[in-house]
Design a protein around this ligand. Structure first.
Ligand SMILES: NC(=O)c1ccc[n+]([C@@H]2O[C@H](COP(=O)([O-])OP(=O)(O)OC[C@H]3O[C@@H](n4cnc5c(N)ncnc54)[C@H](O)[C@@H]3O)[C@@H](O)[C@H]2O)c1
Ligand SMILES: [Fe+2]
Length: 434
């Protein structure tokens, strides 16, 4: 079989890619079947993780009712912090340890699903908090074994946390986002019911849509898996393998679905948008779960971690934050302008899937065309104008660069090497777009 020439072998590079994906159930009404799913996984005493806002919405009552109808002892933990921190992860872990549960159900966005994964992990295998956290910030100790069963029910569509072995948090003392990455923390089933998206505020929809888009686009333009050094053993092959033929398929379709639906879903949502967006989020999640993201996400952790006074509409108003999807997409146009020349055809394909008009355009300008298309859609959906739109100025460039240069796993997964001064230039170019 001959793949795209992008995957041409390189001396010392890997020759193998693996495909990991959670079991998924998708469709309206799927949340009503949670009781059966929990029974099949052997759960009898269940912790339902959610956040204070989602706790009051219909998806949580549907899930709790379904669990109780099957005789489950059910306890709701509604104290998950939106954009979680090491402190809120520790609080969730304490609840999980003390409750003697034999199963977990998370109902909420990425914040909730990630907190549930971490709480399940630390309650099963107690350790110093930084032990399982990514190096170099943490020790990246391998997760010792299987966790208790977890059913993840997203109520947003951006993070695809229901498909990934990733849990992200803000490490407060370092003012930086980082995470725990292991296939062991992946949920046993993701249950996706598109009707949950009806109550999402418009800017949260926009932020989710661009998070999906950037997952997909970063995966397609990532360093090919054949150029990543081959691992010493199969067990050491990373989850972030680089672009590969499997991720390409899921990610291009995700971009296509986002391109066709996101502007309308933010400004004039219709029922039919929800299924397409949620499916896109899941597809991109499976894609980036195997390929890995690169620079826009690597830069986003500094943008979120160093937040000053930005308070977006639609998120809790009790503290400033740059929500994940926004912290990512403000970097993406600057990044794709730079990475375009490394693999123009891939940027071109992504721009095409996103709906760009390619008439009279040249493939070698793929990066520029993609950047322009993203900027146009950011404007149409109320996303802030680059880093200046979320409160940063040129005097923050060094701090932003220092914080994100530590995200080696992500930066190395880009299609070209990026030195510190080049990363600083990317933040400079991301300051404002219009
Ligand atoms: N694990 C992963 O693979 C992964 C990937 C990307 C991002 N993340 C992380 O996920 C987090 C962001 O998650 P998110 O974007 O899904 O949002 P979120 O969980 O932070 O929620 C955003 C806001 O929307 C509200 N909300 C959620 N569902 C709602 C609904 N159906 N109706 C009305 N309001 C609703 C929440 O209460 C909150 O105020 C970040 O911490 C990010 O770093 C994780
Ligand atoms: Fe993301």
């Amino acid at each position: 079989m001959s793949f795209s020439s992008y995957f041409t072998n390189k001396k010392g590079g890997d020759r193998i890619f693996s495909v990991e994906a959670s079991k998924i159930k998708f469709g309206r009404g799927s949340l009503k079947e949670i009781g059966d799913d929990a029974t099949a996984l052997g759960m009898t005493r269940v912790a339902v993780f959610t956040d204070p806002k989602v706790a009051k919405l219909e998806p949580v009552s549907i899930v709790v009712e379904s669990l109780k109808s099957k005789g489950m002892d059910t306890v709701v933990y509604d104290q998950v912090a939106v954009e979680p921190t090491d402190i809120s992860f520790k609080q969730g872990s304490k609840f999980a340890s003390e409750g003697k549960f034999d199963g977990f159900v998370s109902v909420g966005g990425g914040s909730v699903m990630d907190t549930c994964k971490a709480s399940n992990l630390y309650s099963c295998y107690p350790a110093d908090f930084l032990d399982y956290v990514n190096a170099p910030i943490g020790k990246a100790v391998p997760v010792p074994g299987k966790l208790k069963p977890h059913i993840a029910c997203p109520t947003t569509f951006g993070t695809a946390s229901e498909c990934t072995g990733i849990a992200i948090f803000d490490l407060l003392e370092m003012e930086a986002k980082t995470g725990i990455v292991s296939p062991m923390i992946r949920a046993d089933i993701g249950v996706l019911d598109p009707s949950v998206l009806a109550s999402l505020p418009p800017l949260v929809r926009a932020a989710n849509g661009f998070d999906v888009f950037s997952h997909a686009c970063e995966s397609i333009t990532a360093r090919p898996y054949t150029h990543r050094p081959a691992p010493e053993s199969s067990q050491k092959r990373p989850l972030s393998q680089g672009a590969n033929p499997y991720s390409d398929i899921t990610c291009l379709e995700a971009i296509n679905l986002i391109g066709r639906n996101i502007v309308q879903a933010v400004n004039d949502p219709r029922e039919e948008n929800y299924g397409a967006l949620m499916f896109a989020g899941m597809l991109a999640g499976i894609g980036f779960g195997n390929a890995g993201c690169h620079l826009p996400h690597g830069m986003s952790y500094a943008v979120a971690g160093l937040v000053k006074d930005y308070q977006p509409q639609g998120w809790p108003a009790d503290h400033p934050m740059v929500p994940h999807g926004i912290s990512v997409i403000v970097n993406s146009p600057a990044v794709f302008r730079k990475t375009g020349p490394a693999c123009p055809e891939r940027h071109w394909k992504a721009a095409d899937a996103m709906g760009a008009d390619l008439t009279d355009k040249k493939m070698e300008d793929g990066g520029e065309i993609l950047a322009d298309q993203i900027i146009s859609m950011m404007r149409d959906t109320g996303i802030p104008n680059g880093l200046s739109g979320v409160g940063y100025s040129m005097s923050d460039l060094d701090a932003l660069t220092d914080r994100s240069f530590a995200q080696k796993r992500l930066i190395d997964n880009g299609p070209l090497p990026v030195a510190r001064n080049e990363l600083k230039k990317l933040f400079h170019d991301a300051m404002s777009y219009w």
